[in-house]
Every structure is written in structure tokens, then in C-alpha cells.
Design a protein around this ligand. Structure first.
Ligand code: IMP
Ligand code: MG
Length: 181
């Protein structure tokens, strides 16, 4: 197990401000419409629950769980659905809610999957847009925070399933520079 420490990065208060700003934009853009918000499990569960409580247009909620055969912290590109959505999205306005976009491979795959069900529109709301390792261009309609790089935990985001419970976001700083276990 690599040794690491957590460096505070975005406070709980800052996150709440960002979420409120995103919800205000969404409420404005979807005025007079209804939406289906699809949270990508597990990471988006806290973000989605805060976000939808600030959404004032009619909203239904569903979840999808995607499994990727990745190594370590990098997505491999081979993705499958381990829990599909249960609502019908045909002719509906869909808002995908994601915790963090890194390479973009997961979202690109899910977008392709979702389009086959003929929703009226698809937009993406991502809490964190992490730029450095992006491999595919993904149109992010609503973004809370942009970071260049780093591995983040808290507010739903995990490192080996830990730290999802933190109310702010921290960066994982590895202490063993050679990367040995
Ligand atoms: P992508 O396919 O590379 O964009 O991977 C996106 C997924 O990888 C996210 O939904 C997260 O589950 C996970 N991920 C990427 N970066 C981080 C991070 O910094 N912290 C926690 N999870 C991450
Ligand atoms: Mg995720």
C-alpha cells in the first residue's frame, strides 16, 4: 500500500457555492421543461443529491453504474454497464451527472450507449473537469471546477473506495516518490 496524505483542495463551503451556481444555470436553461438526471455511480451520488435539491424544474432521478477494466487510477477503455438506468429516456431531456471527467473515455462510451435510446437532448454536468489526461473531446455543458491534474477524493470521490465521506475535496499526495509498495 502506497503511503499518502490528504491535502485540502476545495472546501465544503466552496463546493456548495459551485453546486448552487450550477443549479441556477440548469434551472435557467431548462425553464418550462422537465429533465431526467442520471447520476453515474458511485462517485456522483453526493454531488447529485446536493444538486437536485437546488433544481426547481421538474426532475426525475436515475443511476447507472459503469465498470471499467482499468489499472490503478487510469480508465482502460473497456467499459460495461453493471447497473443500467430504469427510466425510459426516449424523447426526454437527459442531464448526465458525473463526479469527475479525466480521460473522457467513460463518458464518451456512456453517451454513445444513451443516444441509442433516442433521448430528446443530452447535456452533461460534471463537478470536476480534470484536463491533463483528456483523450477524447467531451462537450461538458456544466462544470463546477477545472483542475489541471492530481488525484482527488472526498464529496463522493474515492481512492480505493475510501474517503467518499469527506465533505470537502482533497488531493492525494503520495509520499513514496519511487512508487514502490
Ligand atoms: P475517465 O473515463 O478517465 O474520464 O474516468 C472517469 C472516472 O474515473 C470518474 O468517473 C471517476 O470515477 C474516476 N476518476 C478519475 N479521476 C479521479 C480522481 O481524481 N479521483 C477519483 N476518481 C477519479
Ligand atoms: Mg465516476
Amino acid at each position: 500500500m502506497k503511503r499518502y496524505r490528504l491535502v485540502p483542495c476545495i472546501s465544503a463551503e466552496e463546493l456548495q457555492e459551485r453546486v448552487a451556481r450550477l443549479a441556477a444555470q440548469i434551472n435557467h436553461d431548462y425553464a418550462g421543461k422537465r429533465i431526467i438526471a442520471i447520476g453515474i455511480l458511485k462517485g456522483a451520488f453526493i454531488f447529485l443529491s446536493d444538486l437536485i435539491r437546488k433544481i426547481t424544474v421538474p426532475v426525475q432521478v436515475d443511476f447507472v453504474r459503469l465498470a471499467s477494466y482499468g489499472f490503478d487510477s487510469q480508465t482502460s477503455g473497456e467499459i460495461r454497464i453493471s447497473k443500467d438506468i430504469e427510466l425510459s429516456v426516449t424523447n426526454e431531456h437527459v442531464l448526465i451527472v458525473e463526479d469527475i471527467v479525466d480521460t473522457g473515455i467513460t463518458l464518451e462510451w456512456f453517451l454513445r450507449h444513451l443516444r441509442k435510446r433516442n433521448p430528446r437532448s443530452i447535456r452533461i454536468c460534471a463537478l470536476v473537469d480534470k484536463l491533463e489526461r483528456r483523450q477524447v473531446e467531451i462537450p461538458l455543458d456544466y462544470t463546477g471546477i477545472q483542475v489541471e491534474k492530481g488525484f482527488l477524493v472526498g464529496y463522493g470521490l474515492d481512492f480505493a473506495e475510501n474517503h467518499r465521506n469527506l465533505s470537502g475535496i482533497c488531493e492525494v499526495e503520495f509520499l513514496d516518490k519511487d512508487g514502490s509498495d
